[in-house]
Design a protein around this ligand. Structure first.
Ligand code: FPP
Length: 237
C-alpha cells in the first residue's frame, strides 16, 4: 500500500489517462487490450482516491478528437465504459462512488447514454464523485456554454452585461464542481490536449513518465507530493 499518511490530498484531481496504446504495443497486444488495462488502472485509482479522501476525480475517457480512431478501437472503449457503468450502478451503495458526465453525450449509443443518465440521476452525495469526460473537448465545452448563454439572452432572460466568470461557469459541463487543484498526465507527453481548458486555469500540472495502465497508488502519492512542493500564488506574489 502506498504511504500517504502525511499528505493532505487535493479535493479535486483530474487525470488524462494516456499511454494505453503504447502499453499494448510494447506487449504485442491490440490497442483495445491497452484500454482494458487502462480501465483496470482507473478502478484502482478511483478506489485509492476514496481511501485518501479525494472528493472529485475527473478523467478524460474519450475526447471529441478520439472519433478519428478505428471503429474497432472506439467500439472497444465504449464497451469498457458500458461494462464499468453497469457494474458501478449495481454497486453504487457499497462503493459510495457517484458520477457526472462532462461532454456532449448525444453522439454516444442510446444504450450508453441511458447508462450515463441512470448513473447521474442516481448519484447522491457519496464519498467520491467521478466525472467522466466523454465526447469531451475543452473548446467544445466553452462553445456549448457560450451558445447556452446566448440563447438565454435571445429569449430575453439575461443581458450580455450580466456575464461574469462566475455566471459563465454555470453553463459549463462542470457547473457546481470546484476546479481541480491538480491535473496529472502520465505517459511522458507534456500537452493539455483540450482537457478542462477553463477549469485548469490555476491547476498544478504534473507530467509523469509512466504509461496509464502501469499507474499505481504510489504514482498518485508521488504526484500529490509534487503538488505540495509547488507554491500556488494564483497571480499574486
Ligand atoms: C489515451 O491513450 C486513452 C484513451 C483515448 C482512452 C481512455 C479509455 C480508457 C482508459 C478506458 C475507459 C474505461 C473506463 C472504465 C475508465 P492512447 O490510446 O492515446 O495511448 P497512446 O498515446 O499510447 O496511443
Amino acid at each position: 500500500m502506498a504511504n500517504s499518511e502525511s499528505l493532505v490530498p487535493p479535493q479535486h484531481i483530474a487525470i488524462i489517462m494516456d499511454g494505453n496504446g503504447r502499453w499494448a504495443k510494447q506487449r504485442g497486444l491490440p490497442r483495445t487490450a491497452g484500454h482494458a488495462a487502462g480501465a483496470e488502472s482507473f478502478r484502482r485509482i478511483a478506489n485509492y482516491c476514496r481511501t485518501l479522501g479525494v472528493k472529485y476525480l475527473t478523467v478524460y475517457a474519450f475526447s471529441t478528437e478520439n472519433w478519428k480512431r478505428s471503429q474497432d478501437e472506439i467500439a472497444g472503449i465504449m464497451r469498457l465504459l458500458r461494462r464499468y457503468l453497469e457494474e458501478a450502478l449495481r454497486d453504487m451503495e457499497k462503493n459510495r462512488v457517484c458520477f457526472r458526465f462532462f461532454g456532449d453525450l448525444t453522439r454516444l449509443s442510446p444504450q450508453l447514454q441511458k447508462l450515463c443518465l441512470d448513473a447521474q440521476s442516481r448519484s447522491q452525495d457519496y464519498d467520491v464523485q467521478v466525472n467522466f469526460c466523454l465526447n469531451y473537448g475543452g473548446r467544445d465545452e466553452i462553445v456549448h456554454a457560450a451558445r447556452a448563454f446566448a440563447e438565454e439572452v435571445a429569449q430575453g432572460k439575461r443581458s450580455p452585461e450580466e456575464l461574469t466568470e462566475g455566471l459563465f461557469e454555470n453553463f459549463l459541463y462542470s457547473a457546481g464542481v470546484p476546479d481541480p487543484e491538480l491535473v496529472i498526465r502520465p505517459s511522458g507527453e507534456k500537452r493539455i490536449s483540450n482537457f478542462l481548458l477553463w477549469q485548469s486555469a490555476y491547476s498544478e500540472y504534473v507530467f509523469m513518465n509512466v504509461l496509464w495502465p502501469d499507474f499505481t497508488p504510489e504514482h498518485l502519492d508521488e504526484a500529490i507530493a509534487e503538488y505540495h512542493r509547488r507554491n500556488r500564488r494564483f497571480g499574486g506574489t
